[in-house]
Design a protein around this ligand. Structure first.
Ligand code: BEZ
Length: 211
């Protein structure tokens, strides 16, 4: 199934390191990150899951629940978590789905057979509280993901969800944002009391509204 931005995130029930999980129930009213990795006991994946565990507070601050997945089995996941904790000096604090029957991988199109028939690629889905897909990224097995970028994107998505703004290239938390084109000039002072710059009629910036 080919998913697109704005689609409903497919629901599923699956075994995980934290027991049987229903995805939508697990997310509740939070934002969610569902990410797949190619295989347990592999070096890049080990660093990725360790990095994710260390970002627990950052995800919590953003009301975001994380869940990982590969097509390895539950016993393998559980053994591997011990290695992740030991080598990455952390405690894996989110569930890892054991998708041996590939049900979830197929639902989310995480297996790209021309890359590898037997393993998931590094997919990331960010899901909003409305259960709609807000972001999809796909990395090859050989490139570990940048989880700081993932946090940056969640910040951007949450700003857009709560204010009529978008974020410019290379935007970082605390920097000015772009006022949505749909906002008329006349409405800007009320909506953005911190002030704004009108660089072009279509390019208007304002300080980050939620600071
Ligand atoms: C890794 O996680 O290190 C990895 C997994 C599959 C292929 C290449 C690297």
């Amino acid at each position: 199934m080919s998913l697109k931005l704005g689609d409903q995130a497919p629901d599923f029930t699956a075994d995980s390191t934290e027991g049987k999980i229903n995805f939508h129930e697990y997310l509740g009213n939070n934002w969610g990150v569902l990410f797949s990795h190619p295989a347990d006991f592999t070096p890049v994946c080990t660093t990725e899951l360790g990095t994710t565990a260390k970002l627990k507070k950052d995800f919590e601050k953003r009301n975001t629940k994380v869940i990982a997945l590969s097509v390895d089995g539950l016993e393998s996941h559980k053994e591997w978590v011990k290695d992740i904790n030991e080598t990455q000096n952390t405690d894996v604090n989110f569930p890892i789905i054991a998708d041996e029957d590939r049900k979830v991988s197929e639902l989310y199109d995480m297996i790209h057979p021309n890359s590898n028939e037997n393993a998931t690629v590094r997919s990331v889905f960010v899901i909003g509280p409305d259960k709609k897909i807000k972001l999809m990224i796909t990395y090859p097995a050989s490139t570990g993901r940048n989880f700081d970028e993932l946090i940056r994107v969640i910040d951007s998505l949450q700003l857009t969800a709560n204010y009529s703004v978008a974020t410019p290239a290379n935007w970082k938390h605390g920097e000015d944002v772009v006022i949505a084109p749909a906002i008329a000039d006349a409405d800007i002072p009320d909506k953005f009391p911190k002030g704004h710059k009108r660089i072009k009629p279509y390019l208007r910036t304002t300080p980050q509204p939620n600071l």
